[in-house]
Ligand binder design. Structure first.
Ligand code: SF4
Length: 188
């Protein structure tokens, strides 16, 4: 894990020591990666995730549009490496996700990647269209298990067959709409 030091509280000599000997970097003036949880909750209860313990107590509230645009307007002033409109939630629960990604995509600086991770279970036709049209740069699908029994004992509440069908349908639509677009790459 990379370590950082505060530029303001470090003199020139100490800064050199931290950079050259301790291999630390000065803390950037603004975060490089930002995640915005636009809607709380998850449709799964994976055994390794806090949602399995607290998910039933969440209200599934959605961030108000004005707050979302206020945050987006501020963060897109900066050169970020990544913006992810989700955090401890399943992003596809937000049925207005495509509109939010489009808002970010229209404002982000060059080089900023907009990325989400999803369990894929809510990837219906409407969401497929939304995401493909939104300007989303990357989507990773979390599939913790290649055997039905393993998967469904870990990702409780989800069905492996349905998730794989959703992902296949999404890729098929993407191939039709963007035949030259790459499908796989770095997980970043
Ligand atoms: S799908 Fe992701 S967010 Fe949802 S319970 Fe599983 S690990 Fe947690």
């Amino acid at each position: 894990m990379r370590r950082y030091y505060l530029l303001q509280s470090t003199g020139a000599i100490k800064g050199l020591y931290k950079r050259l000997i301790k291999k630390e970097r000065p803390l950037p003036p603004f975060p490089k990666v930002i995640q915005i949880q636009t809607k709380s909750g998850c449709n799964a209860r994976c055994v390794f995730c806090p949602n399995s313990l607290v998910g039933d107590q969440l209200t599934h509230g959605e961030m108000e549009w004005d707050l979302f645009t206020k945050i987006s307007d501020e963060i897109t002033q900066y050169s970020l490496t990544r913006i992810s409109p989700y955090l401890m939630n399943e992003p596809l629960l937000d049925r207005n996700l495509g509109e939010k990604v489009r808002y970010l995509a229209d404002r982000k600086r060059p080089g900023t990647v907009i990325k989400i991770n999803s369990n894929g279970a809510l990837l219906d036709k409407e969401m497929e269209e939304q995401l493909i049209e939104s300007g989303l740069d990357r989507i990773n699908f979390s599939v913790h298990g290649i055997r039905k029994g393993t998967y469904e004992s870990q990702m409780v509440g989800l069905k492996l067959d349905m998730v794989l069908e959703n992902i296949d349908a999404f890729l098929e639509l993407k191939r039709k709409k963007e035949p030259t677009s790459p499908e796989c790459g770095s997980p970043w």
